[in-house]
Ligand binder design. Structure first.
Ligand code: PLP
Length: 455
């Protein structure tokens, strides 16, 4: 049976509807509408099967950093596939691409983050990070240190554990997530800080709350703190200045390991290859990478740990000499070759410089939309931006869920040839890093018309 969905739209729709379970599916809507079948991409443009052209304002899903249809990367992927797509990297096996990508990541990541465990995406990389942290404290003879500090609205993935780390409560409904050992700290959300707290004291307020929680739980029971440098899927929320540094200092004080979830923020989206140190001046114990690591051309994720952690987890242990953690696709030759070439292209072609040049213009132009009646706040940084909609700017009253304001503006924009991401009462922009002045200007124009049409 030969299926080529690129040639038969009706067949694609039928097979999709009857057989595909979509991620984050709304089954009710899904049964009513046929999916858009995306068939081709070039730089920051994407085309559906009926030939409609769109500006891809979200880089697929925050990930196609070098842009769609990159011939050089595609050729490299083909060549690697012809040579060797896959062999396991268990025990004494490796591949040049796994070894070289690990070395490259060690050189990019700050401090002694020199040891890399590969997987296929961000969720798996976060699961790996937590397993490594627990294993580390067991090796140190501190088996009580198991609890995890995460944050409300933090997003860390969708496997059982990564979903539990995710502090978006509405997504937990219906699942029995393993949350007993997880404490969700307050979202560092300047636009919605508690009443009576002014901007100057907000950071200290959050840090005091964190320390109170640590004392309450007992530092002896806490293993790690996981945080995105800027929250992504929770709504592109930028913490008050100095927050991350102070949170990390608390972790150091109480011997709590820090996990930087840079799945979205790394590889140029904020104008830096890795943001923790370069932008936020913090040194994590563990770095979690995915998405822009391979620009989404193939699934790839990485957990990078410090030399100090590596020394502990690699100590001999009497009952089982193995660190018994590994996936078939850990160190996948094709995926790692893709990651290496992708990084080479990002660096060689000056993507960070481009984002540093156009990021401020993008934000500035987007901020002009704050003049529209429902745009409560435009926020974010560089190529990671969002608009939050409110019914009343003074009271910052949110739209009722059932109005689905983000989705409605997404639909209006899509009709005009722009894809943005709806997240509740928000729209997110996270385009390929090829986005240029023309694309930015067109995006702002379409967004403005779409918001005005929807109000
Ligand atoms: N961490 C962050 C910050 C993310 O944004 C995501 C995905 O959006 C993940 C982890 C999970 O990555 P994946 O979907 O590749 O498992």
């Amino acid at each position: 049976k030969s299926l080529n969905p690129n040639q038969d739209l009706e067949l694609t729709w039928r097979n999709d509807k009857n057989h595909v379970i979509h991620p984050y599916a709304n089954f009710e809507n899904f049964s009513k509408e046929g999916s858009t079948v995306y068939a081709k991409g070039h730089r920051h443009f994407i085309y559906d099967q009926q030939g409609q052209k769109y500006l891809d304002g979200i880089a697929g899903l925050w990930c196609v950093n070098i842009g769609h249809g990159n011939e050089e990367l595609a050729a490299h992927i083909g060549e690697q596939a012809r040579n060797l797509a896959y062999y396991n990297t268990f025990e004494d096996s490796t591949s040049p691409s796994a070894a070289n990508l690990a070395a490259k990541l060690a050189s990019l990541c700050p401090g002694t983050l020199n040891h890399v465990f590969f997987g296929t995406g961000g969720s798996m990389a976060n699961d790996t990070a937590i397993k490594m942290v627990h294993y580390y404290f067991n090796m140190l003879g501190k088996p009580k240190k198991k609890k995890i500090l995460s944050r409300n609205l933090g997003y860390h993935g969708s496997t059982y554990l990564a979903h539990a780390l995710t502090g978006i409560a509405s997504t937990h409904i219906g699942f029995d997530l393993p949350k007993d050992d997880i404490t969700y700290l307050s979202t560092p959300y300047p636009y919605r800080k508690p009443e009576g707290i002014d901007s100057h004291s907000y950071c200290d307020y959050l840090i005091d709350e964190m320390e109170t929680k640590i004392i309450e739980i007992g530092a002896d029971n806490i293993a790690c703190f996981i945080a995105e440098p800027i929250m992504g899927a929770g709504g592109v929320i930028v913490a008050p200045e100095g927050y991350l540094g102070k949170a990390y200092a608390l972790c150091k004080k109480y011997e709590i390991l820090t996990i930087a979830d840079e799945v979205v923020t790394a590889f140029g989206r904020l104008g830096k290859m890795i943001t923790s140190k370069e932008m936020f001046k913090v040194q994590p114990d563990i770095m979690v990478l995915a998405k822009g690591l391979s620009s989404g051309y193939v699934p790839l994720g990485a957990t990078v740990i410090s030399s100090a952690m590596h020394e502990v987890i690699s100590r001999p242990k009497a009952d089982n000499p193995y660190f018994s953690h590994g996936f078939t696709y850990s160190g996948h030759a094709l995926a790692c070759a893709t990651g290496l070439k992708n990084i080479e292209i990002l660096e060689r072609d000056g993507f960070c410089e481009h984002v540093n040049k156009w990021g401020p213009y993008f934000k500035e132009q987007l901020t002009t939309l704050e003049d529209l009646p429902i745009v409560g706040e435009v926020r974010g940084s560089h190529f990671m931006l969002a608009l939050e909609y409110v019914t009343d700017k003074k009271t910052k009253t949110s739209f009722p869920m059932e109005v689905n304001i983000g989705k409605r503006i997404y639909t209006a924009s899509k009709k005009r040839g722009l894809i943005i991401r709806p997240i509740g009462p928000l729209n997110v922009l996270s385009p390929p890093l090829t986005y240029d002045k023309d694309a930015i200007d067109e995006t702002i124009g379409i967004l403005k018309d779409s918001i005005l049409e929807t109000v």
